[in-house]
Design a protein around this ligand. Sequence first.
Ligand code: AHR
Length: 307
Amino acid sequence: AVSPSTAAAATAKADKKITMGFAQVGAESGWRSANTKSVQDSAKEAGIELKFSDAQQKQENQIKAIRTYIQQKVDVIAFSPVVESGWDTVLKEAKDANIPVILTDRAVDSKDTSLYRTFIGSDFVEEGRSAGKWLVDKYKDTKEAVNIVELQGTTGSAPANDRKAGFDEIIKSNPNLKVIASQTGDFTRAKGKEVMQAFLKANKNINVLYAHNDDMALGAIQAIEEAGLKPGKDIIIISVDGVKDGFVAASEGKINFIVECNPLLGGQLMQAAKDVLSGKELPKRIVTKEGVFTSEDAKRELPNRQY
Ligand code: AHR
């Protein structure tokens, strides 16, 4: 039989408000702002106390924040790793302190998967493949070279690595499709514009821009317009995310194809935290569902877009 004191302890634990330490990447994009809002709103709805930190796209800040959460003895730590590598030491510290870790949005490349309980987020390789498939289909009858420039996300981040890999894997089926320049724009509008300006200066014949997110595409659109060219016509544009501003540009025909990446991960994250703390075994990978949008789809969907 369970002693009254053990039963009381279990009830007290079940009744205790969960505290989550969340180490966010930064505020680099519209996607990230929507993701932050989703995490904060969902924590409130779930009755979870949220300690939130913004790492300003720097891994060392995220590691510091995680160490602070360990010292504060939070119940669960969640984070979206800026880059994929270099997490084993701090994840081991959390494990030794008996604090479960949930990865959200971005992955780590740790070999020891016991360092985290689950990873909730998109399949970025598949996103890159979707972008590539649309392009391969668009140029299936073209006999000339198609010059592509690529704006990569943050160097070393899972979405930059995977969106590139998925895209490259698909476009190699058509040797006419050539990536003539590829550089990071760090997922921001300002960098997207700056790098696109440099691409335009160095290359006369750019046919396609593949941007790893909407914000960089939006910055690049400014550069293209300032160069006297028509985005979406003179230069075909593909991007990833599907935030409202991206949808507006797509509905105006300035972005031709958007691969969706869903930022609304807060609900799933809070549920996962509750499950982990009540002793449930979670699948190691929870993949988010998402779609793709042409300019026409974007026009139709724009009024429903919440973020
Ligand atoms: O990790 C998700 C990516 O991070 C989004 O595609 C991008 O906009 C954000 O900055």
